[in-house]
Design a protein around this ligand. Sequence first.
Ligand code: NAD
Ligand code: TDX
Length: 332
Amino acid sequence: MKKILVTGGAGFIGANFVHHLMAHTDASVVVLDKLTYAGNEASLADVPADRMEFVHGAIEDAELVDRLVAGVDAVVHFAAESHNDNSLSNPRPFLDTNIVGTYTILEAVRKHGVRLHHISTDEVYGDLELDDPAKFSETTPYNPSSPYSATKAGSDLLVRAWVRSFGVQATISNCSNNYGPYQHVEKFIPRQITNVIRGVRPKLYGTGENVRDWIHTDDHSSAVLRILERGEIGQTYLIGANGERNNKDVIEDILVLMGQPRDAYDHVSDRPGHDLRYAIDATRLRTELGWEPAYTDFEAGLKATIDWYVANEAWWAPQKDETEAKYAKVGR
Ligand code: NAD
Ligand code: TDX
């Protein structure tokens, strides 16, 4: 695949994927991004200009999407409204981007016969009990909890329907929680790291027993590239790297790695409808496509992420105050 349209390429995972493509393939990219509060062109600053075209626009713009899709070999669709807390205070943009936007992409790849990989989340499966030996797999029924995860579930179902009804050449992946460089400071790990840098105590929702299955974003990228190259059309692949940890342990790890007392954080009110546990069984991806994660030591990955935020304050500082003001309004 010579030319790939990456939607949402100025966001956290999309930008990391563009960097991954630059380092591991000869492909060139067209990035389509609306540059919402979550998009940041600076995340793509060091991408060679002769291998990337940046287009500022929305995935719901059918004319624009049609024109861009006509000129590429594949589309990797990351663009989304991605934050659960925002979906609780204002769900509407989630419907427009995640549902109507994905529909718009699907109609364009259908018309032009272009390969699509749709990026989704493990949150479409709802949550698990802490002591449940089961993990999510490709056959787990959909049971989303939040407006965010409901719109992601809806987008996945649209992709499945377009594959079956119209023969669209698409694959889907549902990945667990990502961490790494270029993640917006609204998200759990960067919020706490940047709080500590600013001398503010980290904020833990509720008791903090909620478990997330952490994966380094570069491992997400390598899995997506593998699916794009070798995945079976119509198939769904779960992406995860056995990184289950509860939020309390992660916050304490961050504090210790940043030279603070382990208990120097505050409990704040819980997120309404807060999912308890996510856990991924990535057997299909590992056995059928031979994928393995490179980052198997969470503490080492977390330390590298802390170092990145310490070194790149100019990247995150412009968003920090506005983000904390939004949280202050809802008491979190
Ligand atoms: P993000 O919020 O950091 O980035 C989203 C990007 O999409 C931004 O650059 C934004 O400007 C752009 N965008 C938003 N609406 C748009 C629109 N209407 N048209 C064009 N561009 C638009 O999100 P992220 O964390 O990088 O997530 C990327 C994808 O990965 C999403 O589909 C998300 O559901 C999925 N995902 C995220 C995680 C995670 O842990 N963050 C885990 C699994 C799956
Ligand atoms: O300040 C905080 N304190 C806290 O305890 C924040 C921001 C979060 N939390 C908790 C809530 C979650 O249990 O930390 C956990 C992680 O929170 P988020 O970073 O908001 O992620 P989550 O809601 O798990 O969703 C993420 O993973 C799946 C991404 O944002 C989604 O886009 C992805 O689909």
